[in-house]
Design a protein around this ligand. Structure first.
Ligand SMILES: Nc1ncnc2c1ncn2[C@@H]1O[C@H](COP(=O)(O)OP(=O)(O)OP(=O)(O)O)[C@@H](O)[C@H]1O
Length: 207
């Protein structure tokens, strides 16, 4: 599904990574690990096409993502470290907004059921800014239950989640992988025993 070819990224005169190669197949999950500042987020943003590498290319289904970026974007769900949730809107309004922008449709009852399932019962209609960090993360992650993108790129999705939240998210990951999806993520969570298809890429901090 995804091929990373000879990627190099330089930031502030520091080479974060050089000639990086790897691939990710349907059904596979890859965890990018490394110390703060190693370049994990920079790598995810390049693969998502939000920024350009200094060298190298990103291929999705054997095609350079720059050739048909709109096509690639339809197959991609990116959730960044900053959740992208509008603080002024309610959880329900955030989900509705996201669905509208991406052309998805979902019944009101379905969204309320889903928010309830994600532990937000009674909090669906209050501004997100009044929710806890973990609850806000749950609002951001609702998107994983409402999309048909094949490739998920997630920057620290487990941040602020409690144990139940982590377990629920891992179960959703497994469902996505079983349905032929692929996941690329950064996390400090140990996933070794959670996914049989787990691959790990360690980025060292380069001086
Ligand atoms: N837009 C930018 N302009 C200049 N330098 C940047 C930019 N974005 C990131 N950097 C630098 O690149 C380096 C890697 O940052 P990045 O966010 O990719 O690291 P990370 O591995 O995700 O770190 P963390 O674990 O702390 O989230 C840092 O030294 C950072 O200062």
């Amino acid at each position: 599904m995804l091929e990373i070819k000879a990627l190099t990224c330089i930031k502030q005169d520091r080479c974060l990574f050089e000639s990086l190669n790897f691939s990710l197949l349907s059904g596979q999950i890859m965890q990018i690990e490394g110390p703060n500042g190693a370049g994990k987020t920079s790598l995810l943003r390049i693969i998502a096409g939000f920024s350009q590498p200094d060298e190298g290319s990103v291929l999705f289904n054997k095609k350079n993502i720059n050739e048909d970026y709109d096509g690639f974007a339809q197959s991609l769900l990116f959730i960044g470290h900053k959740t992208g949730v509008n603080q002024q809107l309610t959880a329900y309004e955030n989900v509705m907004h996201w669905l509208t922008v991406h052309g998805y449709k979902s019944a009101q009852t379905e969204i309320y059921d889903l928010l309830g399932k994600l532990g937000l019962v009674g909090l669906e209609d209050v501004p997100v800014r009044t929710l806890s960090a973990g609850q806000q993360r749950r609002v951001a992650l609702v998107r994983l239950w409402l999309n048909d993108a094949k490739l998920w790129i997630l920057d620290e999705p487990f941040t602020a989640l409690d144990k139940k939240g982590v377990a629920m998210l891992q179960a959703q990951f497994q469902l996505h992988l079983d349905n032929g999806g692929a996941i690329l993520l950064t996390t400090h969570q140990d996933l070794t025993n959670s996914f049989s298809s787990l691959q790990t890429l360690v980025l060292e901090y380069r001086h």
